[in-house]
Design a binder for this molecule. Structure first.
Ligand SMILES: [Zn+2]
Ligand SMILES: [Zn+2]
Length: 287
């Protein structure tokens, strides 16, 4: 996080009260009806939230106004920032937290055990019990109540490809701030399943996002790589995990200019992609 960045104190203050959060929850719940019957008037909102003292209610509503609640034609509607707060609180504080596990159709490159998918609280991990975490993704607890673990794993793998594409374009997939890729990443933490490859660093200048990423995975959404996999009837998760994963099929050579050459061999086909030091593609060719 750069030093000039600071959390707006007003935002914390505005949300630090139960009545104000109740107002946001009530407005979020009214979203469906608002399409046909419009937003809520002061008195309707006050009644829905269940506050008798109108001057106290007016005070709290005033604290939310502009940033979280907008008044238009005597009606109050939530801003996108307010809806995001409600979504984050509800998804993150879902009561019935359970831990779910299943083995998936991909094995550890070191011991050939099937990888274990585990969703616990806010995290989905794909890992080998002996060799560490192959992939970890934030998935809120609410997912456990509504979706099978297989669906969650499948979507996380697809999101991973979309996230990498976002990073390659310099966009943080979590906050849309400026993200950078740089290579190599020197020491990969021990809890991570270590592939025999070179790692890059993905990091955001605005938020917490920072993690090591195997260099071949940077190419997961590159058009030539996708074409190569499609030509061999392979789709995710084959691209990410197991014997046909990009990491497994690739050799990485670091170049003197700070970039890297990734050579991907799939059956008779070979694809060579040269990356610059910032992870962007310099050139590629088949041979
Ligand atoms: Zn293992
Ligand atoms: Zn970010």
């Amino acid at each position: 996080m750069p030093p000039e960045y600071s959390v707006p104190n007003d935002a914390y203050a505005a949300l630090g009260d139960e009545t104000r959060l109740e107002i946001l929850f009530e407005l979020a719940d009214h979203y469906d009806e608002a399409w046909s019957s419009g937003w809520l008037s002061f008195s309707a909102l006050c009644e829905q939230v269940g506050v008798d003292d109108t001057s106290r209610f007016s005070y709290h509503l005033g604290k939310l106004q502009d940033q979280f609640v907008v008044k238009e034609r005597e009606q109050y509607r939530p801003t996108i920032a307010a809806l995001e707060v409600v979504t984050a609180i509800r998804a993150g504080t879902y009561d019935e937290t359970t831990t779910r596990e299943t083995t998936i159709d991909a094995s550890c490159p070191h011991c050939d055990q099937s990888l274990l998918a585990r969703h616990h609280e806010h995290m989905l991990t794909l890992s080998c019990s002996d060799h560490g975490v192959a992939m970890g993704y934030p998935v809120p607890p609410i997912a456990a109540a509504h979706h099978s673990l297989e669906t969650v794993v499948d979507l996380v793998l697809q999101q991973h490809a979309a996230h990498v594409e976002s990073l390659r374009r310099g966009v943080c997939p979590y906050c849309w701030g400026p993200a950078t890729l740089s290579l190599p990443y020197e020491t990969v933490p021990e809890f991570i399943l270590q592939y025999d490859t070179v790692y890059a660093t993905a990091a955001c200048e605005e938020c917490w996002m920072s993690y090591p990423l195997p260099v071949p995975e940077l190419l997961v959404s590159h058009s030539a790589v996708r074409a190569l996999y499609t030509a061999h009837d392979l789709e995710p998760p084959a691209t990410h995990l197991g014997s046909n994963s990009l990491v497994n099929l690739s050799d990485v050579d670091l170049l003197e200019d700070g970039g890297a050459r990734v050579t991907i061999s799939l059956e008779e086909a070979t694809l060579v992609v040269e990356l610059r030091g910032d992870g962007t593609v310099e050139q590629w060719h088949e041979c």
